[in-house]
Ligand binder design. Structure first.
Ligand SMILES: CC(C)(COP(=O)(O)OP(=O)(O)OC[C@H]1O[C@@H](n2cnc3c(N)ncnc32)[C@H](O)[C@@H]1OP(=O)(O)O)[C@@H](O)C(=O)NCCC(=O)NCCS
Length: 368
């Protein structure tokens, strides 16, 4: 047996959901390029594509959207549980707790059928969006109801920023939201498939995924990536050089799969950052990003990932930094659910082996 730390480049599942094609710098989601989806489709369409395998026609999409609206409601008991948690814990911990508690309110929790799993997936995506939109509002004493006239993404954004969003703001947010939706076997998705392979319920699988996503090497990076954007270009350059000299990581750079160039998702967000800076009449964040990108390429041969460019975009949209990772979770919930469903359709329990480096045959000390 040969051991590969972190299972780097080791296939650990067969999937029809998505792949990262590093040769052409594309992410394919059920055959479609993720950039095309991010720029041209809606989150609801992509959700349908992920869990049903095809794009919906107009009527199917309309009824699917109604279905999502019908599932937003989060029982009062969940908000009561959330309110009992200490005020200062990270919203990802609140989200994980809320999703875990929601399992108890789902009458189909233990129905393992494919149809029930699909219904639970839509429910989970709808409720996670509603929860994330309202995590801060709840702490302030009231939730904002979602509107049937707005898209899922626009509803989340408006609940978070507590004001109507301009069309271009809603579209920038939705583009990022779609870009986060699915990314093959990221650590959280792999975690969800491992859990699902025991044939446990979908809620348990996505709770594990939320825990994995919180880590700074994964989704938690978008929060940390914002740090460098508090400076002007010279300050950012100093910050990066000092960090590198101290052998610390610059969050939002590097990726296990993209080794030779920019994450294609980051390029889309880079263009959106440029547009948002133009609309705000201030290009400081864009200039900082470009300078940091240049330094990281020259000093480390590392390129930005999606989180690096999402951070300043969210900042310009007025989103509080502690909601950056929960928003990622609200989007990726769709990808996790698609993988859980796929895993359980043709399941084989994950049970790898470990290479034992410990002792053998130690004699148990006599107690008398
Ligand atoms: C994503 C990540 C975990 C991938 O890591 P990995 O595949 O295990 O890469 P490695 O740890 O093998 O890194 C290779 C080298 O680049 C360095 N490196 C990797 N990412 C770095 C970063 N963001 N900043 C500075 N150096 C970095 C490593 O220290 C290592 O250097 P060394 O060979 O001198 O020790 C890593 O790049 C990282 O921690 N990035 C920051 C967190 C982040 O943005 N995560 C979001 C991913 S979408």
């Amino acid at each position: 047996l040969s051991y590969v730390p972190g299972l780097e480049n080791i296939p650990a599942a067969e999937t029809y959901i998505s792949t990262i094609d590093t040769d052409v710098g594309k992410i394919w989601i059920r055959g479609f390029s993720l950039e095309d989806l991010a720029l041209q489709s809606t989150y609801e369409e992509v959700l349908y594509l992920l869990i049903h395998g095809t794009l919906p026609d107009f009527e199917t999409l309309s009824s699917f959207r109604r279905n999502i609206y019908d599932e937003w409601h989060v029982p009062q008991e969940i908000w009561d549980i959330v309110n009992m948690l200490p005020r200062d814990i990270h919203p990802m911990d609140i989200l994980r707790t809320a999703i875990s508690a929601l399992a108890g309110f789902d009458r189909e929790l233990d129905d393992p059928s494919h149809e029930a799993n699909i219904r639970k997936a839509v429910r989970l995506v709808a409720k996670t969006g509603f929860l994330v939109g309202n995590l801060e509002n709840m702490a302030k004493g009231g939730i904002r109801v979602f509107s049937r006239d707005l898209s899922h993404a626009a509803n989340i954004l408006q609940a978070i920023i507590e004001r109507p969003a301009q069309n271009w703001e809603a579209r920038a947010f939705e583009t990022a939201f779609i870009l986060y939706v699915e990314h093959e076997l990221a650590a959280s998705t792999f975690a969800s498939r491992v859990i699902a392979s025991t044939m446990t319920d979908i809620y348990g699988a996505v709770c594990g995924a939320i825990s994995a996503l919180k880590g700074p090497l994964h989704g938690g990076a978008n929060e940390k990536a914002l740090e460098v954007f508090q400076y002007d270009v010279a300050g950012a350059e100093r910050f990066v050089r000092e960090r590198l000299a101290a052998r610390e990581r610059i969050m939002g750079f590097g990726h296990r799969v993209y080794r030779r160039g920019i994450d294609p998702r980051a390029q889309v967000m880079k263009d959106i950052l440029a547009e948002l800076c133009r609309r705000h009449g201030d290009d400081r964040l864009y200039r900082v990003a470009v300078r940091v990108e240049e330094i990281m390429a020259a000093e480390k041969g590392l390129y930005p990932n999606l989180d690096f460019y999402v951070a300043p975009v969210y900042k310009l949209l007025g989103i509080p930094v502690k909601l950056f990772t929960p928003i990622f979770a609200a989007s990726r919930m769709a990808g996790w659910c698609a993988h859980v469903i796929e895993q359980q359709l043709a399941n084989r329990l994950f049970r790898p082996r470990a290479i034992y480096r410990g002792a053998r045959g130690s004699s148990y000390p006599s107690r008398n």
